[in-house]
Design a protein. Structure first.
Ligand code: SAM
Length: 417
């Protein structure tokens, strides 16, 4: 049984558990008529870096191993440190729940088919062509953050083209925008192509983005992006030792998040807010005691993203104290701005608490796409109008802001259908 037969949209509900098994490439691809997200690009870390080294199975190719004493990671419970104690209590509160969800996942009759078909897809996609030939703009991916620092950055533009029919030739240019510090919109009801800074990007239908640094735009975000969002997803570059060490992106002091003008961005009838947090207790205390009160957000539910390897096992042991195999999404509501709005808006359908999302992770810190899973819970009568802050990709009908929202939109991540 393949994903096509079992879960063509990439979302597989796990029977008997409050859990879903996600295939993010399928979820992303469902937003595009002409392209699909390349699995080998999405899962480059999971399937290739950490992939089993088969040469180790062959005694002839085995090199003599220097015996190294490996420091065993032990489940440290430093009860003398009150923060560690609180973190441990929090973990103990949900660990059985996560274990049960994982057990239910491994017990799906088709689990090995699903994992195997994913592995086949990843390896097959490695051999397939990607989209470079649409525009001959080179094969290197662009680092937009670095590009934004060069003195010429105000002169960079992005020109949008429509995509024509099955030949995927682009049409005449639709419009040109400054690449940085300007809101760029694909207002077509189909994807368009953008040419910028020597690379080609794909913009989903009705998507918008603003590529700028927090320092330059935090005061003016709402004037750039509007004030009508009923869903705001935030994945901040939290200060974190591991992020410093591997430095995939720069971090922001947590306190700066207090200045995010969330109330100005949210619809006056209220908004569903999703905030990704790491497992550090200091951060949870900051969010619960300072950040959510400052933003006016009431916490309603917590979802757990459990990261598994290509064989379905958790990426690390569950009880290692500083490196859990799960991350948390806090979901809360920003209430309507005025009392009279509250009486007109029906109370939203609240997301279920302790939902577990299971998937094989992609690039460092890349989260599975959530808009389709959360659209049922936005307040008000209307469709989801989504905004993602600190985004690295775009979604149909949504607005993305950050210093690199085009990162995963480069054509190297896609192939033609
Ligand atoms: N949600 C994203 C995903 O799934 O791929 C990951 C977001 S990552 C945790 C944080 C992002 O914030 C990175 O893209 C980083 O470059 C960006 N960032 C860091 N400092 C920033 C700043 N001062 N202004 C805007 N964006 C910033």
């Amino acid at each position: 049984m393949s994903w096509d037969e079992l879960a063509p949209d990439g979302v597989y509900p796990i029977a008997g558990a409050n859990a879903l098994f996600l295939e993010p490439c399928r979820m992303i691809s469902s937003a595009y008529a002409h392209y699909f997200a390349l699995p080998h690009r999405y899962y480059s870390r999971s399937f290739f870096l950490r992939h089993h080294d088969h040469s180790a199975d062959n005694p002839q190719t085995q090199l003599p191993q220097k015996k190294r004493k490996r420091k065993r990671k032990k489940p440290i419970h430093n009860h003398s440190n009150p923060k560690e104690l609180l973190a441990e209590q929090r973990h103990q509160g949900i660990r059985q729940f996560i274990l049960d969800a994982h057990q239910a996942f491994l017990a799906i009759p088709e689990v090995s088919d699903l994992l195997k078909s994913l592995e086949d897809l990843v390896h097959k996609s490695k051999g397939s062509s990607d989209c470079e030939e649409i525009h001959d703009t080179g094969t290197d991916m662009v680092d937009f953050v670095k590009l934004s620092y060069v003195w010429q950055s105000p002169f960079y533009d992005i020109t949008l083209f429509g995509v024509q029919g099955s030949s995927l030739r682009s049409t005449a240019p639709i419009s040109t925008f400054p690449l940085f510090k300007s809101t760029v919109e694909n207002n077509l009801h189909k994807e368009s192509i953008g040419i910028c800074a020597g690379t080609t990007v794909i913009l989903p239908e009705k998507s918008r983005f603003l590529m700028s640094d927090f320092a330059d735009t935090w005061r003016t975000l709402a004037s750039h992006l509007g004030n009508d969002y009923n869903f705001i997803l935030i994945d901040p570059p939290w200060e974190n030792k591991s992020v410093h060490r591997h430095a995939p992106y720069s971090t922001l002091p947590n306190k700066y998040l207090l200045s995010l003008p969330l109330k100005d961005l949210a619809n006056h009838q209220g908004a569903l807010i999703g905030l990704w947090v790491t497992n550090r207790e200091k951060l949870w205390t900051f969010v619960e005691k300072e950040l959510f009160p400052a933003w006016g957000v009431n916490l309603q539910a917590i979802w757990y993203w459990l990261k598994v390897k290509s064989d379905g096992q958790m990426i690390t042991e569950l009880d290692i104290s500083h490196h859990k195999p799960y991350e948390c999404l806090l979901l809360g509501y920003m209430l309507p701005h005025h009392k009279k709005d509250s009486s007109q808006v029906p109370p939203p359908k609240v997301p279920p608490d302790k939902q577990v999302l299971i998937s094989i992770p992609g690039d460092h810190s890349r989260k599975p796409p959530l808009a389709s899973l959360l659209s049922a819970y936005v307040p008000g009568h209307d469709q989801m109008r989504g905004l993602e802050l600190f985004a690295r990709d775009l979604h149909p009908g949504c607005t993305s802001w950050g210093n690199e929202p085009l990162r995963f939109q480069q054509t190297q991540y896609f192939s033609k259908r």
